[in-house]
Design a protein around this ligand. Structure first.
Ligand code: CP
Length: 314
């Protein structure tokens, strides 16, 4: 593989988009969109061990990390929380240190606690990749969202992107807003007043509003977020689903009102008929959901390779 002198990602871990700068983000995205997809990374982690530790549910992220690791030639050990000593009350720290004693090369972790991946990065000898820490960060989702848009639009410079819905509980919103902003996009954040966190503007947004139609006007991309009922507890964040759909639901009419060529995104899993209509979710011309899922594998191949010290090709 020809080496890029200016391959700019040199971290041992990936726990947050905040750790990236423009050159390191560009390097990872280039590696994902080109090296991972043209086979240049196949087998580059042969003999390494990747452990996936998912203490929250996942379909897309877990599957794509496993497929990515296997394409890189690594052995994959899926750590099942049910049936492990965590279900007897062992702490994340003790569990992770126990795993580390068996010398995995990479630990991919998803956990409900903010900062769990950063904590493990400080504790373990293995490389740590954050697959989602509570409502905080989901850096590989942000990278796959950006890579999907780069495939479709060529650049994010000046592109107007609205992220809509349950901002308060969304690690995707925070991570993707930060990365889109880093890549030159104009980011707008839209949600019901109860679901806008106090620090939303600091994610790089040029506009934060509760008015969906004002927020999406003129946008090239509208990303709908899943309502995360499981993180809402007893708090009265939403009145009812029908009202939410009326004010914030994304369908063809609303997307066309943003811009006739606007594209819809959703990180999944979707509440069909609530934050996005079924007809729009199933329209591959206007909705990038399937392309986002497909991009998960090359992005995670690039991240697993890059934290291991593999550099991208020219
Ligand atoms: N987008 C996302 O993280 O999906 P999963 O929860 O299925 O991994």
């Amino acid at each position: 593989m020809a080496q890029l002198d200016d391959f700019a990602f040199s971290d041992r871990h990936l726990v947050s988009i905040e750790a990236l700068n423009r050159p390191s983000a560009d390097s990872l995205l280039q590696m994902a969109r080109h090296d991972a997809r043209n086979g240049a990374l196949d087998g580059c982690l042969a003999g390494r061990v990747v452990t996936t530790l998912f203490a929250e549910t996942s379909t897309r992220t877990h599957m794509s990390f496993e497929i990515a690791a296997k394409r890189l030639g690594a052995h994959v050990i899926n750590f099942a929380i049910q049936g492990s000593s965590m279900s007897k009350g062992e702490s994340l720290r003790d569990t992770a240190r126990t795993l580390d004693s068996m010398s995995p090369d990479i630990v991919v972790v998803r956990h409900r606690s903010v900062g769990a991946a950063a904590f493990l990065a400080g504790e373990l000898r293995a490389h740590v990749v954050n697959a989602g820490d509570g409502p905080h960060q989901h850096p590989t989702q942000a990278l796959l969202d950006a890579a999907t848009l780069l495939d479709r639009l060529g650049t994010l410079e000046g592109v107007k992107i609205a992220i809509c819905g349950d901002l308060r509980h969304s690690r995707v919103a925070r991570s993707s807003a930060q990365l889109f902003h880093l890549l030159g996009a104009q980011v707008r954040l839209i949600g019901p007043p109860t679901l806008i966190p106090h620090d939303a503007r600091a994610w790089g947004a040029s506009l934060v509003t509760s008015d969906m139609d004002e927020g999406i006007a003129g946008c090239d991309v509208v990303m709908a977020l899943r309502i995360q009922h499981e993180r809402m507890g007893a708090g009265a964040y939403l009145s009812d689903r029908a009202e939410y759909r009326r004010f914030y639901g994304l369908d063809h009419a609303r997307l066309n009102a943003a811009k006739p060529t606007a594209l819809a995104m959703h990180p999944g899993p979707m509440n069909r008929g609530v934050e996005i209509s079924a007809a729009l979710a199933d329209d591959p011309e206007r909705c990038l959901v399937e392309a986002q899922v497909a991009m998960g594998v090359p992005v995670r191949m690039a991240v697993l390779a890059a934290v291991s010290g593999v550099r991208g090709s020219a």
